[in-house]
Write a protein that binds this ligand. Structure first.
Ligand code: FPP
Length: 245
């Protein structure tokens, strides 16, 4: 029997925003101009995610490997993030968008951290969309920290090694449980995850968009989500159509 059931539900979308530097270089501009245009694309993607009914959007804004970039580029990236937090706070509140981050916080410049905490606090009750910025983030680092936290509990006699299962491990990754990403998008034609949400992406659908991030528009997110809806998600099971025969 043909499966006529409704399309896949979509709660959580992750985006690896790539290609800012190439976008700028192709236009004879300095790389930072690409990051500046990338910040505008963040606003567009956030608005479209709301329109599409997505409840969580995780954006890879700064990896723990990005510290290797020239100090001036790192400075510009945090300056753009700082500007974004100051300029967008009011609108985030008005639109019911909650902002939070994942990743290390101890290396974020103090001036940015202060505004980040203010924005997180001011938007905490937003229910329309939860916008998460992965900042100084690396999935392997996240997994190692979770393993370390569980090991400490075992040493303290609070947990038996046999009690460590997928649910406990996932809970150790982040303080608040969040749904795994249904869809992960990467721009600029690269086809890899680059240390983004490695544990959580076990069953995520992947979508690769050839456009560099600054050119990513509302319609591109809508296209990615439409493509996601056309896919058959099985999670190791049989497709629903086959089950109903
Ligand atoms: C990848 O492009 C992008 C980044 C490393 C940073 C993403 C930052 C922004 C979109 C701007 C500010 C963010 C917010 C949340 C306001 P790349 O530089 O690696 O591009 P390339 O591969 O072409 O060099």
């Amino acid at each position: 029997m043909k499966d006529t059931s409704s399309k896949n539900s979509i709660q959580h979308v992750g985006i690896i925003m790539d290609g800012n530097g190439r976008w700028a270089q192709q236009r004879g501009m300095p790389r930072w101009k690409g990051h500046e245009a990338g910040a505008r694309a963040v606003r567009r993607a956030t608005e479209e995610a709301c329109r599409q009914g997505v409840s969580m959007l995780t954006l890879f804004a700064f990896s723990n490997e990005n510290w290797k970039r020239p100090a001036q580029e790192v400075h510009i990236l945090f300056t753009l993030l700082h500007r974004y937090l100051r300029e967008e706070r009011k609108e985030l509140i008005e639109k019911g968008i909650r902002l939070s981050t994942l990743g290390r916080r101890d290396r974020i410049p103090a001036r940015v951290l202060e505004d980040l905490q203010m924005t997180e606090e001011a938007t905490r009750t937003g229910t329309r969309l939860h916008l998460r910025l992965a900042l100084d983030y690396g999935a392997r680092q996240e997994i190692v920290m979770a393993a370390r936290a569980l090991a400490r509990r075992v040493v303290a006699g609070d947990l038996h090694p046999e009690e460590i299962d997928e649910v406990r491990f996932a809970a150790a990754l982040v303080p608040d449980p969040v749904p795994d990403p249904d869809l992960i998008i990467r721009t600029a034609g690269e086809q890899r995850l680059s240390n983004f949400l490695l544990w959580q992406s076990a069953y995520s659908e992947l979508y690769f968009c050839p456009k560099p991030w600054p050119d990513f528009e509302e319609a591109d997110l809508a296209c990615a989500i439409a493509d996601y809806h056309s896919r058959t998600r099985k999670f190791g099971d049989l497709p629903r159509a086959a089950v109903s025969i």
